[in-house]
Design a protein around this ligand. Structure first.
Ligand SMILES: Cc1cc2nc3c(=O)[nH]c(=O)nc-3n(C[C@H](O)[C@H](O)[C@H](O)COP(=O)(O)OP(=O)(O)OC[C@H]3O[C@@H](n4cnc5c(N)ncnc54)[C@H](O)[C@@H]3O)c2cc1C
Length: 374
């Protein structure tokens, strides 16, 4: 393949920014255009549910820049991709041609409100985080729907402000991602902090218009000043509908981040792996895929795999860092420390011999965790 002359990266967040930087790192001197949909430009999302909910001084520390790399940035969402003509059209009427396209349009918050029901609160963007921080300033009670890492980080923000909070999910907290042992430990810790944890028998529904409560599958009604939905995310693929490139789990990619269409690559939360349809909507994977997609777009060999299994969260004052396959099964080996004491290093051996390592409230450098995971 002749290396592409012009490259378009659709999506201005960590996967897209990483891809654009990597293209220059790998020696691409031709035109690069990054298409973004958020007026404020690229920023880090993980701090939104951590520092930003606590402190408005964090807002100005999140941005990413592409200065000095000779990259054009167009801040108007991509609305269609014509894969035959190799042209992306943007909402402001531009048509941008490419030799290679990297799709990095990420995901949006999954909403559960009924059609027409107003006032659902979610957390995906900086604007969402600012709105939620203002709501937290005034709230005297809160319900969070979804006890994954995002839901529990919002719960933590409520606890830090002394707001009585209930969290509702069909599974125990973090169980889908961190397995039964860590889920049990986190549930105990949440309850010790006064959090009401409800495991319900089916999907909860939002009540009120605007939303002011939740009805559980069992019929129980909960009301609160603040109701926050943290029920996962949906890949942003509507602009690719006519191109026929995306399925319900996103844009399918191979291990080199190539799609089924020559010259089209994808990275980050918008993707799923072609084999198995697995989605891994985490930060480190978005970085790994951004690099891999850039290398592949230049017809070079990616330096690493398209998955990075490092993940972290901060819950009720506890940093939890994880490396390895998720969810880890059953009971771990305790390498150091104590879980009730809030500082422990845990390992699990999976059936395939792969190891999962969790630093539970314990300060362990990520390279050491990776080395322990083997
Ligand atoms: C509040 C929060 C906390 C998180 N905390 C953690 C954490 O602690 N650890 C962790 O590992 N992960 C965390 N994550 C997940 C992590 O942030 C995501 O995996 C990562 O942001 C994915 O990056 P991305 O570039 O693929 O997509 P995104 O960050 O979703 O960015 C996609 C970009 O594309 C833009 N876009 C959408 N449609 C179009 C279009 N048609 N044209 C142009 N642009 C478009 C979007 O506006 C967005 O700017 C968190 C996520 C959130 C929301």
């Amino acid at each position: 393949m002749t290396p592409p002359r012009s490259i378009v990266v659709a999506g201005e967040s960590i996967a897209g920014i990483t891809a654009a930087r990597e293209l220059r790192e790998r020696g691409h001197a031709g035109p690069i255009t990054v298409i973004g949909a958020e007026e404020c430009g690229a920023y880090a999302r993980p701090p939104l549910s951590k520092a930003v909910l606590k402190d408005d001084r964090a807002d100005s520390t999140l941005g990413y820049r592409l200065d000095g790399l000779g990259i054009d940035v167009v801040r108007s969402p991509a609305v269609t991709a014509d894969l035959d003509r190799r042209v992306v059209a943007t909402a402001n009427g531009r048509e941008i041609g490419y030799d290679a396209l990297i799709i990095a349009t990420g995901a949006r918050a999954r909403r559960i409100a009924a059609p027409g029901q107003r006032g659902e609160t979610v957390l995906r963007t900086l604007d969402d985080a600012r709105r939620l921080r203002t709501r937290l300033d005034a709230a005297r009670s809160a319900v969070v729907v979804g006890a994954g890492f995002l839901g529990l980080e919002v719960v933590s923000a409520c606890v830090a402000r002394g707001i009585p909070v209930t969290v509702v999910d069909v599974d125990p907290p973090l169980r889908r991602i961190l397995g039964p042992f860590v889920s049990g430990a986190i549930t105990t810790r949440a309850e010790e902090h006064g959090v009401r944890v409800i495991v319900t028998g089916g999907p909860a529904k939002l009540t009120g218009d605007p939303v002011d409560g939740v009805r559980l599958a069992e019929g129980t009604a909960l009301t609160a000043d603040l109701v926050v939905t943290c029920c996962g995310e949906v890949p942003n693929t509507a602009w690719l509908a006519e191109a026929g490139l995306a399925g319900p789990h996103g844009v399918a990619i191979d291990p080199a981040c190539a799609t089924a269409i020559p010259g089209v690559f994808a990275a980050g939360d918008v993707t799923c792996l072609r084999t198995g349809g697995t989605r891994t909507p985490f930060w480190s994977t978005a970085v790994a895929q951004g690099k891999a997609a850039a290398a592949s777009a230049l017809d070079l060999v990616p330096a690493g795999p398209p998955l990075d299994d490092y993940f972290w969260t901060e819950i009720l004052g506890l940093a939890v860092k994880v490396v390895g396959p998720l969810p880890p099964p059953g009971e771990p080996d305790l390498v150091e420390g104590s879980v009730p004491g809030g500082s422990a290093l845990l390992t699990w051996f999976g059936e395939n011999g792969q190891r999962t390592v969790v630093a539970y409230g314990k300060r362990v450098p990520v390279p050491k965790l990776r080395a322990l995971a083997g």
